[in-house]
Design a protein around this ligand. Structure first.
Ligand code: FAD
Length: 686
């Protein structure tokens, strides 16, 4: 037994009370092991009834980063209706293979502990839609039919029914609902429906779950959480333990250790949450009464480099782009060809550029641009969420997106074996055979990335030469596990079914799943078709510039579809005041460094354009004029002898100028005395 004196007991009590403080839960919790995940599902199916939504992601996956802020926003919005968690597939192989996750991000939606919906990809709308559906389903299933209610019901509608028979009906419902002997959820609803059909009236139900115990969300170590009864007993025990000296030392130490662990975990969660919050800081733009000098659309290397230049020139640029986006976000491996940067991945490069732009005063707005109204000046940049920004000039730096093959089986298997991002999804096909379609730099890079993890990489090339740079082509040809199929095209992607993935309830081996099994390859010379077996197809056949939102108002390149046309070596488009930079206007080089270079050119072109047209900082100009007017007012009002320019305290002059300056006290007193004497004299005279 540990014997403690009174001050020690007090200190220990205070310490334990401090540890008892409840830590706020992050909106999206990280699952650290399978037991924690299972316990979470169990808890919410048995105790809260809330759906559990799971994001299977990986750090190197661009689309995962892209959707993460939206997922977190949704989690915050719906925190009282659903539970949002994330699983890193790299550290949680067991969970991702249990649910047959083959593409990232993949979202699973659990209601009542069972998988209800699933989808892969960064579709915000689908994420919201499935979340709403899961919440509706969970709310619909939040019913319980008590035995008493059923008895009352039969007493009214079928009084001849014996209690034993009612009990049989109730037990059958309880067995189906698997709710610990209760007739609840879907089974209770089904019973209600049947009774309604028979007696034209439903029995009364109650809500199975009431208020959610938010602070008690964390399952206890080891996965299983203690029952309510146990908890009450513990509380009682705490209350009745009048002295800590009655508690054995081992129990105290174990409790402290447990709470320290819980505190550390909560701190980690909160830190993680803070990190994620950085992603969510999507808007630093406050609408102004005055037009901006430059709005930059896009935050890839082109947009951010333009921002650095424009910000350093004092133009206070506004960058509009979704918080996560751009091609480098999908590059989980190092960017090796950007001078001065090494050992940094694509997303890290972009993040550094963003940091630098922000440092010099760039303002960010995390949204998509849907249109630029060029019919009036200043232009009006329209945003998806409804805002519009008035600006004298615009730099379009919206990059380009992947192009798909458009063959049968491609769309159906996107996110389930068909991908355009080898760095994101490659490692899901470890030790398997994968096809890469394309003969350019992107295709070669993808093949090299995949060759590190896949058993075999087959490149399907339309011609008998590679379009890629010589260095990349040589590296590919030298790789032993890369094979090239020349003069061929992919005509169809074949799917098949694999058995033995996890079932709805997470049980291993109970469900089948559609996967890629092969591709039909056509020899362009002979027209002969051949099926090549594979587990995934990576499409790397090019890009389509993101310029559609401009609706053809700006001239396009005559040789390269969709790319914006610029004048000679400049970034000027055919519309004065609109400039283009990066991949949206470059079908040839399409590199981070060239995009950054053209972004810098665009900012310099904007500076020149603004000064040529006398378009300065109108806000500053307005303030200057106001000040001048105020000063002028002061001169005009100076009838009392006050001159703002002669007064040292000119800044405080405006209100003062309407009054005559105060006279010194002594002078005032003498004046008053003279006045009084005069009055007295007048009085005597009277
Ligand atoms: C997998 C991969 C690996 C690569 N690796 C390298 C490499 O190692 N080295 C290299 O030099 N290059 C590499 N590249 C090429 C390089 O990423 C691009 O050339 C470069 O990112 C182009 O920059 P950008 O700013 O023009 O466009 P992007 O980087 O594509 O950025 C476009 C921006 O515009 C935004 N946007 C699009 N539409 C809108 C809209 N309507 N409203 C608002 N914002 C919008 C996007 O969200 C994004 O922020 C790689 C490309 C890929 C796909």
């Amino acid at each position: 037994m540990l014997r403690l004196n009174a001050p020690s007991v007090l200190r220990l009590v205070l310490f334990l009370a401090l540890l008892l403080c409840v830590h706020g839960r992050p909106a999206v919790r990280t699952i650290r092991d399978t037991a924690q995940f299972d316990a979470l599902l169990k808890k919410h199916s048995e105790e809260t009834g809330m759906p559990v939504i799971v994001d299977f992601y990986s750090e190197s996956c661009g689309p995962c980063r892209q959707i993460a802020p939206a997922y977190k926003k949704l989690a915050k919005e719906m925190s009282d209706k659903a539970v949002f968690v994330k699983v890193d597939v790299n550290s949680q192989h067991q969970l991702s293979s249990r649910y047959g996750v083959r593409s990232m991000p993949t979202f699973l939606f659990f209601v009542g502990g069972k998988k209800f919906k699933e989808f892969s990809g960064a579709g915000e709308q689908q994420l919201r839609q499935f979340t709403d559906m899961s919440i509706s389903k969970a709310e619909g299933e939040n019913v319980e039919l008590t035995f008493e209610s059923l008895m009352e019901y039969y007493a009214v509608h079928d009084p001849m029914k014996a209690e034993e028979d009612v009990e049989i009906v109730y037990k059958a419902c309880a067995k189906q609902s698997k709710a610990k002997g209760k007739c609840a959820g879907g089974a209770a609803k089904e019973l209600g429906r049947k009774l309604n059909k028979k007696y034209s009236k439903r029995p009364k139900t109650i809500k199975r779950f009431t208020a959610v115990e938010k602070d008690d969300e964390k399952p206890e170590a080891g996965g299983e959480k203690s029952s309510k009864k146990e908890k009450t007993q513990k509380k009682e025990k705490k209350k009745t333990a009048l002295s800590l000296s009655d508690i054995p030392k081992e129990e105290l130490m174990a409790e402290i250790e447990k709470r320290n662990l819980a505190e550390a975990e909560a701190k980690e969660d909160a830190e993680e949450d803070d990190d994620d919050d950085d992603d969510l800081q999507t808007s630093t733009y406050t609408p102004s009464e005055f037009p901006e000098r430059v709005v930059i659309i896009g935050s890839g290397p082109a947009g951010l480099s333009a921002a650095v230049y424009a910000a350093r020139a004092g133009l206070r640029p506004v960058v509009v782009a979704p918080p996560m986006g751009g091609q480098l976000q999908g590059k989980g491996v190092d960017v090796e060809n950007y001078p001065g940067l090494f050992n940094v991945t694509g997303p890290e490069v972009v993040s550094k550029m963003r940091e630098q732009a922000a440092l010099f005063g760039t303002v960010f707005e995390g949204d998509m641009v849907t249109n630029v109204n060029i019919d009036k000046r200043p232009f009006s940049v329209e945003l998806k969420e409804g805002k519009s920004i008035s600006t004298h000039s615009v730099i379009v730096a919206t990059g380009a997106d992947s192009i798909w093959l458009g063959v049968e089986g491609e769309y159906e298997h996107r996110g389930a074996g068909v991908s355009s991002c080898a760095t994101c999804d490659g490692h899901l096909f470890r030790d398997q055979t994968v096809i890469v379609v394309g003969g350019g730099d992107s295709a070669m890079e993808d093949a090299l990335v995949l060759s590190r993890t896949s058993k075999e990489v087959i490149i399907v090339v339309r011609r008998d030469v590679l379009r890629a740079s010589k260095v990349l082509a040589t590296r590919v040809i030298e790789k032993e596990n890369i094979k090239i199929v020349w003069n061929s095209t992919v005509e169809e992607i074949k799917g098949g079914v694999i058995e033995g993935v996890a079932g709805e309830d997470g049980e291993e081996g109970t469900e089948s799943k559609n996967v890629v099994k092969g591709a039909m390859i056509k020899d362009v010379n002979t027209g002969k078709l051949e099926e090549i077996s594979c587990d995934a197809v990576f499409v790397a056949i090019g890009h389509s510039p993101n310029t559609e939102f401009l609706g053809g108002q700006i001239a396009h390149s005559k040789t390269h579809n969709g790319y914006l046309e610029v004048e000679g070596m400049s970034s000027r488009t055919n519309v004065a005041g609109i400039f283009a930079a990066g991949d949206s206007a470059d079908a040839v080089y399409r590199q981070a460094i060239t995009s950054a270079g053209s972004g810098a050119m665009a900012a310099l072109d904007v500076e020149r354009y603004l000064s040529e047209h006398g378009l300065g900082n109108e806000e500053e100009e307005f303030e200057r004029q106001m000040m001048e007017e105020m000063m002028a007012d002061e001169i005009v009002d100076d009838s009392g002898g006050y001159n703002a320019y002669e007064n040292a305290n000119a800044g405080a002059g405006r209100k003062e100028s309407s009054k005559a300056p105060e006279k010194p006290k002594k002078e005032k007193k003498e004046e008053e005395e003279v006045k009084k004497e005069e009055e007295d004299e007048e009085h005597i005279e009277l």
